[in-house]
Design a protein around this ligand. Structure first.
Ligand SMILES: C[S@@+](CC[C@H](N)C(=O)[O-])C[C@H]1O[C@@H](n2cnc3c(N)ncnc32)[C@H](O)[C@@H]1O
Length: 302
């Protein structure tokens, strides 16, 4: 296989929490794998929100690959991933209808053991195993689905370098490596690649060291671009808040001026009222004196 490198734009990025996935370090590799392999049938065991699945779907769209894509998941969760509600499956359906409606995508909402009967032997070209990560579970997934692989098929296994709790993919990986042509990444919990056709594996194996660096670099530079964009957004928000503060301060000054004017008007009105009240106080005395003078005048006349 003459491996080509692509520069994908993941168009569905804003429709799910793109960077919040243990799988994020492998998006660029999975994309290139699909573009190069051009698989007719892709199956994923363990899809969750679809981080890995949609990175492959993007490659199918961009490469105009005639592929049938199958996501198999109970969409209930498991003890390693977490247990979750129907929101996750609904989110996957929304991303499919918004970004990948033109693809042949089947969502098999069932257990792996039941879904295996939906596929003929030798019919899967790319299988991604990412269900429960105990040794027993992943070995069962691998052994059960192996007969379904086509002669030139490729299997990806996630979490081959994760050793916490009872994660056991790394143990199975040691067994697989002894039997098949493989390649592997250590970052993002590790991704193992198993080639059913040993020759294909052998032609790609010399690229291993370069891939380690290249695909980590693609992942980091994408994250840095995202961080730069976040910083720009934050700077724009801070500038908007500064402008808004200036506007609010101006309004406060205006209100303060209005309050000072009102206070002055109230004081004036109060002074006028006091003057009027004191004038009114002497009015009866003055009126009585005036009346007395008038009476006296009239009396003098008569
Ligand atoms: C680690 S998550 C998958 C992560 C996903 N590949 C990504 O890119 O984010 C594992 C998923 O496998 C599913 N799962 C585990 N065991 C299963 C089984 N036996 N049958 C069906 N689904 C299973 C869980 O529901 C969970 O969504």
């Amino acid at each position: 296989m003459d491996w080509q490198y692509f520069q994908p734009q993941f168009e569905y990025k804003d429709s799910l929490n793109f960077y919040r996935s243990a799988w994020s370090g492998h998006f660029f590799f999975a994309y290139d794998l699909v573009r190069n392999l051009k698989p007719a049938r892709i199956v994923e065991l363990g899809t969750d929100y679809g981080h890995s699945f949609f990175s492959m779907a993007q490659a199918v769209v961009d490469g105009k690959i005639d592929a049938e894509m199958n996501a198999v998941d109970s969409w209930e969760g498991d003890k390693h991933a977490r247990f979750y509600d129907s929101e996750v499956y609904e989110s996957v359906q929304k991303v499919v209808s918004k970004h990948f409606a033109e693809l042949k995508i089947n969502l098999h909402k069932k257990y792996f053991a039941d879904a295996v009967n939906d596929f003929d032997d030798n019919s899967i070209d790319l299988l991604h195993i990412d269900g429960l990560h105990t040794y027993e579970a992943v070995k069962d997934d691998f052994d059960t689905w192996l007969p379904k692989m086509s002669k030139s098929g490729v299997i990806m296994l996630h979490d081959i370098s994760q050793k916490k709790k009872d994660f056991g993919v790394y143990k199975l990986w040691e067994e697989i490596k002894a039997k098949y042509a493989t390649m592997e990444f250590e970052h993002s919990n590790g991704l193992g690649i198993v080639f059913m056709d040993e020759q294909v594996g052998k032609t790609l194996q010399p690229l291993n060291d370069f891939w380690q660096v290249y695909y980590q670099k693609e992942w980091f530079s994408d994250r840095i671009t995202k961080k730069d964009k976040d910083i720009e957004d934050l700077q724009a928000t801070i500038q908007w808040q500064k402008n808004h503060m200036i506007k609010l301060n101006k309004e406060i000054d205006n209100f303060r001026d209005i309050a000072v004017d009102s206070q002055k008007q109230a004081e004036d009105a109060n002074a006028r009222l006091n003057a009027y009240t004191s004038e009114m106080k002497y009015f009866p005395v003055r009126a009585a004196l005036k009346l007395k003078r008038l009476l006296k005048k009239n009396k003098a006349k008569s």
